[in-house]
Design a protein around this ligand. Structure first.
Ligand SMILES: [Zn+2]
Length: 425
């Protein structure tokens, strides 16, 4: 089935120029205006720009074919196959830009209720094509059949879509620690470029961040964008990015999945900010031996998997063997509490008095010393809430932003007997 979102609405996050450059498509060089034509035609007609690329590829292999050779002139003149009917061509639709604009306008007509070419009435009913009947399940399928009335070409639409944009992901990947292992797997499969959430893993010039090397900042910036997070703090180099992240209050106390780690590196010097460029990686997960697995783009060929320079997963102990270069740990997650989801000691403040607590990775506990000396613990949230620490009388909240690793309890929960006062140090 062809989902409607492939056809509409307009996706302002999709950059046609970056896509063609990153593919790479020969059209990025020999037809430099194609990207702008597609982008504006899609915007003006509220269509997904990918559908116009898909159509050009399906009709004439125009996105991937080399220039020249047999059929090239026809491909240029009838890029979208619009007005090139099975019986004759309609001359006023000839020409690359004319094709893009006319096809987009035509598709919009198919989607506009009241227009004489509106296809909404065809959905769910057998539709007569040149090679038999087909019952379109979506507006996009009905529009596709109006455009090309052949049942046998419908599977091509899906195949070409997947060849250009990758297989559909059921859910958007929004965590860097989930996205970056997928980039590494793509590279291990020998892919030279990859797409996630419909966005290519390329830098702003369209270079693949899988295979280009020494692109540490660009790789983390793009992973951040692909995951739908704010890439605003990213700057000219890792060092400067770290400074911006610190300024934005994104510094966290301990490494957590998805955290960005910035390292000192005295050379080379960044041309923009004149500091050592440094290095930036993303923490993926803690390994059984306590080391951290990190995603990075590097020119190093002596660490990580795969060894070759480019995007890879490396151990923190390989990146910073002596633990002397790490200058900051940052989290872009909106919920900063995520960043503190590392098991260990915490502070439990009950009505502003601090007690010793423990966080096990899921729940916060209050440490209790029983009269017989046996250690005991109470689950903070459920116990406090059962005692009435819920709005409006009270509240229990993990407040990691200003005061790392502290759980605050306000309200009618009396301090349990045996609670151990927390002492700094
Ligand atoms: Zn810089």
């Amino acid at each position: 089935m062809i989902p409607n979102k492939w056809l509409f609405p307009y996706d302002h996050n999709f950059d046609v120029d970056a896509f063609l450059t990153g593919l790479p498509s020969p059209r990025a060089k020999d037809t430099p205006k194609l990207a702008a034509w597609i982008q504006s035609a899609a915007r003006e007609n509220d269509l997904n720009p990918r559908w116009l690329l898909l159509t050009a590829e399906k009709e004439q292999s125009f996105i991937t074919r080399r220039s020249g050779g047999q059929g090239w002139e026809r491909a240029v003149s009838w890029v979208m196959g619009y007005g090139a009917t099975d019986s004759h061509d309609i001359p006023r639709y000839a020409g690359t830009e004319q094709q893009v604009r006319s096809a987009a306008k035509g598709l919009r007509a198919y989607l506009t209720p009241g227009h004489k070419f509106y296809v909404g009435g065809n959905v769910g009913k057998p539709y007569r094509c040149s090679d038999g009947y087909y019952t379109p399940q979506t507006l996009a399928e009905a529009a596709q059949l109006q455009y090309t009335p052949w049942v046998k070409y419908l599977p091509d639409t899906v195949a070409v879509w997947e060849s250009l944009f990758g297989k559909e992901q059921d859910d958007m990947i929004t965590k860097i620690e989930e996205a970056e292992p997928l980039f590494q797997q793509a590279r291990l499969r020998g892919e030279t470029r990859t797409t996630l959430n419909g966005k290519a893993f390329v830098d702003y010039r369209g270079r693949s961040l899988l295979t280009a090397k020494g692109m540490c900042s660009a790789a983390q910036r793009r992973a951040t964008e692909i995951c739908g997070q704010d890439s605003g703090p990213f700057s000219c180099c890792a060092t400067s990015t770290g400074q911006h992240l610190a300024g934005a209050g994104k510094r966290i106390a301990a490494i957590a999945p998805g955290a960005l780690l910035v390292f000192r590196l005295s050379s080379p010097i960044c041309r923009k900010c004149k500091q050592g460029v440094g290095h930036i990686v993303a923490a993926i997960k803690r390994l059984p031996d306590g080391d951290w697995l990190c995603g990075e783009n590097t020119s190093s060929d002596s660490r990580g998997v795969p060894l070759a320079p480019g995007f890879k997963l490396s151990r923190l102990s390989e990146i910073d063997p002596h633990g002397t270069r790490l200058t900051g740990i940052y989290s872009l997650q909106q919920q900063l509490s995520q960043a503190s989801y590392v098991p260990g000691g915490i502070v439990v403040k009950i009505n502003d008095v601090a007690y010793l607590g423990y966080f096990d990775g899921t729940d916060a506990w209050l440490c209790i010393r029983k009269p017989d000396g046996m250690p005991h613990k109470l689950k903070v949230r459920s116990t406090a809430e059962a005692a009435g620490c819920v709005p409006p009388a009270g509240v229990v909240k993990a407040h990691f932003a200003e005061d790392p690793r502290t759980v605050y309890v306000y309200g009618p929960w009396k301090v349990p007997a045996g609670a151990v006062p927390w002492v700094r140090g």
